[in-house]
Ligand binder design. Structure first.
Ligand code: NAD
Ligand code: UGA
Length: 313
């Protein structure tokens, strides 16, 4: 079975590629090395499998690639490429979000129209929900993003749904909840915190630390993506969360425990675009995708701490 992974040099895309290659699949990976963070991280993400005989890497922007040619003969498309990050999506940065999250997805869906795919899996986000009292967040609950990022990811989710209904493209959208673990992006909190602990630096803490997240370990997300690929339906949306909700302060306590270091927190006000609480209702993913998150936060943070110590400068 041959699959395309977009965003393959990224945090989640590189884990998915490893999993598929280990299962004997052929993988074509596309990535533009977008400068949302330094290229050296992405090259390290790819290093373990770039020479794998079943892997082909295409360094290209989806907006410039001959996508119909790339999709010919594929069984699966895993569309993970995008411009992530909630707090940085305001102002003049917004065009990066419309291009890489909306326009790129539309081009890929257009190219998928005539292809007999088994599944087109789209990486959506918990950020589509915004702030809500209706917790845990349900797939059929309201969507009112509080960041421009969330608005672009929701627009692309709508496009996936439209192309499923209008053209039969077998799309499934997965709403990931704050993913962590080895290779986590350097703009994300645990990466920032662990880097600061290694260097003895201060850590910026936004808001009062009582905000909560349903942190999800990368390997659990990958299992959910594989479950979605095998799911017989289409045009649907599923949450993929970690199955537990924790405050940022308690999560910091766990990082202090696994690293045996004390964080020097420096408080800043709540950032525009940040959701106060996230929590995933998982009934649908559990029953329809066989999703069952296995890695608890302390265990996953220990793996991330070990990885961050091994990163090359
Ligand atoms: P990442 O930045 O590490 O990976 C995304 C990759 O896509 C990058 O390597 C980038 O170079 C590539 N890319 C971006 N635009 C491209 C384009 N136009 N053409 C080709 N390549 C392009 O991010 P990640 O954390 O691995 O996130 C992967 C996906 O999951 C994103 O779509 C993101 O919105 C979504 N997501 C992530 C999280 C999370 O917590 N990490 C949560 C919810 C949703
Ligand atoms: C993460 C990803 O970055 C998004 O791409 C993704 O779409 C989103 O999850 C999601 O689940 O939808 P976020 O929850 O903001 O977004 O993840 P982090 O960047 O790790 O932030 C977690 C918490 O730490 C937030 O409350 C944030 O305000 C806080 N934080 C972050 C700090 O206190 N200090 C920092 O320096 C960075």
């Amino acid at each position: 079975m041959k699959s395309l992974i977009t965003g393959v040099a990224g945090f989640i895309g590189s884990h998915l590629a490893e999993k598929l290659l280990a299962a004997g699949h052929e993988v074509v990976g596309v990535d533009s090395y977008l400068d949302n963070y330094p290229r050296r991280f992405k090259e390290q993400n790819l290093a373990g499998f770039i020479d794998h005989p079943n892997f082909t890497f295409i360094e290209s922007n989806l907006l410039q690639l001959d996508l119909p040619a790339q999709l010919r003969g594929l069984a699966y498309v895993f569309h993970l490429a995008g411009q992530p990050g909630v707090r940085s999506s305001w102002g003049k940065e917004f065009s990066r979000y419309t291009e890489n999250n909306i326009a790129a997805t539309q081009l890929l869906l257009e190219a998928a129209k005539g292809v007999k795919l088994n599944k087109f899996v789209y990486a959506s986000t918990s950020s589509v929900y915004g702030d809500t009292d209706d917790l845990p967040m349900r797939e059929d609950g309201g969507t009112r993003p509080v960041s421009p990022y969330g608005a672009t990811k929701l627009a692309a989710e709508h496009l996936c749904h439209l192309y499923s209904k209008a053209f039969g493209v077998p799309t499934v959208a997965l709403r990931f909840f704050t993913v962590y673990g080895p290779r986590q992006r350097p703009d994300m909190f645990f990466h920032i915190l662990m880097g600061a602990l290694l260097r003895g630096d201060e850590v910026p803490l936004y808001d009062d630390g009582k905000q909560t997240r349903d942190f999800t370990y990368c390997a659990d997300i990958v299992d959910g993506i594989v479950g979605a690929a095998l799911y017989p339906g289409q045009g649907e949306t599923f949450n993929l969360g970690g199955g537990s909700e924790i405050s940022l302060l308690d999560a910091i306590g766990l990082v202090e425990k696994v690293s045996a270091r004390k964080a020097k927190l420096k408080r800043f006000e709540r950032q525009l675009g940040d959701v106060r609480h996230t929590s995933a209702r998982l009934d649908r993913a559990r029953s329809q995708l066989g999703y069952a998150p296995k890695v608890d936060l302390e265990q996953g943070l220990a793996a991330q701490w070990q990885w961050i110590g091994s990163l090359k400068a």
